[in-house]
Structures are given as structure tokens and as C-alpha cells.
Design a protein around this ligand. Structure first.
Ligand code: MG
Length: 295
């Protein structure tokens, strides 16, 4: 096995974790969560989504959240699915933006009413405006292993989206196991192949713990050479489509595993564990069907 000296953990809890919470989370509670995550040592946090509040009411205060992140001097990510969202994010001073597209066309149809190619066309101006404005752009490939509507997702489907993201100048590409049905062997093979095909591209791994394979999948991706991992403090979020499906892999579990393995994450474990308790106190842990959210 190969073990690097360090890895980067990116907490997506304030956005991916909270966006599907059925109970409104107040701006003060979001600020408190972000403040604690910053105190734990995260270098990057995904904190907001600039989507229409009709689709994701929980993210309606994206501007206020961004203002707080700017006040703290954080490097943070915000989701900007279209040019309108990007304009709002740029006006709010967001340093890093993310777009997402499913590798599965049925997923894109259900989630955003577009085919994969239509969705790819729609993000072109988001990339060009963000890049010309000097922003860092993350491209998310969701349903990169399986899809709740079509089942298994093939490598060519993933490659199709990755290819376009690379052409559009993505600064990193995040490969998401949206419904948490990836297994370590599939993860290893898929990430190894991607890195072979795109040696210049920085890939990030994003797992869900539906089948309790989140940590095993992280280790498999690590062996394939991945050094950046998303997680969500307290294991918030997820519940994508399948009743009983678990949330994102918990960053406190990732941090503990890496600490025990002697791999540096730069994070303060007791602070993260305390933050995880706080994060879980915000969550009702009720699964609801998601709208324009699927990562
Ligand atoms: Mg997720």
C-alpha cells in the first residue's frame, strides 16, 4: 500500500450536508458551523449554493453566508449551476465555484431536466466567465459509479463529462459516488484509469456511506493516487433518493483514520469531533427527495 505524508480534506457539510434538511437552518447556526470548521483547520469548506431559492430554500441566504466566509478570510466553495448563480456568487466575492453534471443522462433528466450534453452546454458560459474572472472552478461529476435511475454507470459515461470539464479548464474534477453504491475495487480501477488518461488533472473523491463502504472507498482512491477527499462533518447530508440511504462520508471519520495512519490532514481532531456533535444537532436526519441538488 502507498501512504502519502498528507492529504486534503474538504468539508462540504454547510452546503451538501445541510441543503436537504427539511427544517430551516438559521443563518446564525450556519455561521456557527462554518466558524467551528474553520477553527478545526479546514483549508477549504463548501458553504453555499447560488441556486434559485424555490429549488433549494435552505440555501436562500447564500450571499449572507458568503459575506461571513469573507469576514473570516476563508477559502470556500459555492455551487453555481448556471450563469445567474455565477453572477450572484461573483458579486458576493466567492473565490471558488463549482458546477455539477451527472455522468448518467437519466439522472440529469430527472434532476435538472437536461440531457448530459445539454447540461454540458449550459455550463460552458459558467466556466468561461468564472475563469476570466479569475475564479477557481471545480467540476463535479455526480453519479460517477451508479445512478438511482439507470443503475450502474459506465466508464465512458464518466469520461464524457470529465473530458469536457478538462477542455473547459476545470481546476479540479470531483468524482462523486452520489448514491453510495461504489465499491473499493470499482473505485480503485476508475480513479487509476482517470489518472492514466488525464495525468495533469487534479481529481477529488466524494463518497457517500450508504453501504458503509465510504472509508474503504477512500482508501481505495488513496491507493489509486487521489489526495483530496470531500466529507461532511457529522456525516450530514445525502439521503439521496433511496429511503435509509446514508449521508456523505463523515470528515471526522476520515480525519481519525488518516491521523491513526500517520497521514497529515492539518486538522484538530477534538475540535472536529465537537463540531460533528454540533452538526448532528442541526440535522433532523429525515430523508427527503432532493430537487436540484444531486451530488
Ligand atoms: Mg454528497
Amino acid at each position: 500500500m502507498k501512504f502519502p505524508d498528507s492529504v486534503e480534506l474538504i468539508d462540504v457539510g454547510p452546503r451538501d450536508g445541510l441543503q436537504n434538511e427539511p427544517q430551516p437552518i438559521s443563518l446564525d447556526q450556519k455561521r456557527e458551523l462554518i466558524r467551528r470548521l474553520a477553527q478545526a483547520g479546514y483549508q477549504r469548506i463548501e458553504t453555499a449554493s447560488f441556486v434559485h431559492p424555490k429549488w433549494v430554500p435552505q440555501m436562500a441566504d447564500a450571499e449572507a453566508v458568503a459575506a461571513y466566509c469573507n469576514e473570516l478570510g476563508l477559502t470556500y466553495l459555492a455551487l453555481t449551476p448556471n450563469v445567474r448563480g455565477l453572477d450572484r456568487a461573483m458579486a458576493a466575492g466567492v473565490p471558488q465555484v463549482a458546477v455539477f453534471i451527472g455522468a448518467s443522462s437519466p439522472f440529469n433528466q430527472k434532476n435538472i431536466n437536461r440531457t448530459t450534453d445539454e447540461a454540458l452546454q449550459e455550463v460552458e458560459p459558467v466556466f468561461s466567465r468564472a475563469k476570466s474572472g479569475g475564479l477557481f472552478v471545480r467540476g463535479y461529476v455526480s453519479t460517477a459509479f451508479s445512478c438511482p435511475y439507470q443503475g450502474k454507470v459506465s466508464f465512458p459515461e464518466v469520461q464524457h463529462v470529465v473530458d469536457r470539464f478538462v477542455q473547459l479548464g476545470a481546476d479540479e474534477i470531483d468524482i462523486g459516488d452520489t448514491d453510495g453504491h461504489a465499491n473499493p475495487r470499482g473505485v480503485y480501477e476508475r480513479f487509476a484509469r482517470l489518472q492514466e488518461l488525464y495525468p495533469q488533472t487534479v481529481f477529488v473523491a466524494h463518497f457517500h456511506d450508504t453501504w458503509k463502504m465510504g472509508l474503504a472507498n477512500v482508501l481505495a482512491a488513496l491507493q489509486a493516487g487521489i489526495r483530496k477527499f470531500d466529507g461532511s462533518v457529522g456525516g450530514l447530508g445525502g439521503c439521496p433518493y433511496a429511503p435509509g440511504a446514508a449521508g456523505n462520508v463523515a470528515t471526522e471519520d476520515l480525519a481519525l483514520m488518516f491521523a491513526e495512519m500517520g497521514v497529515d490532514t492539518g486538522l484538530d481532531l477534538p475540535v472536529i469531533q465537537e463540531t460533528a456533535r454540533f452538526a448532528r444537532s442541526l440535522s433532523s436526519r429525515v430523508c427527503l427527495p432532493t430537487g436540484i441538488s444531486g451530488l
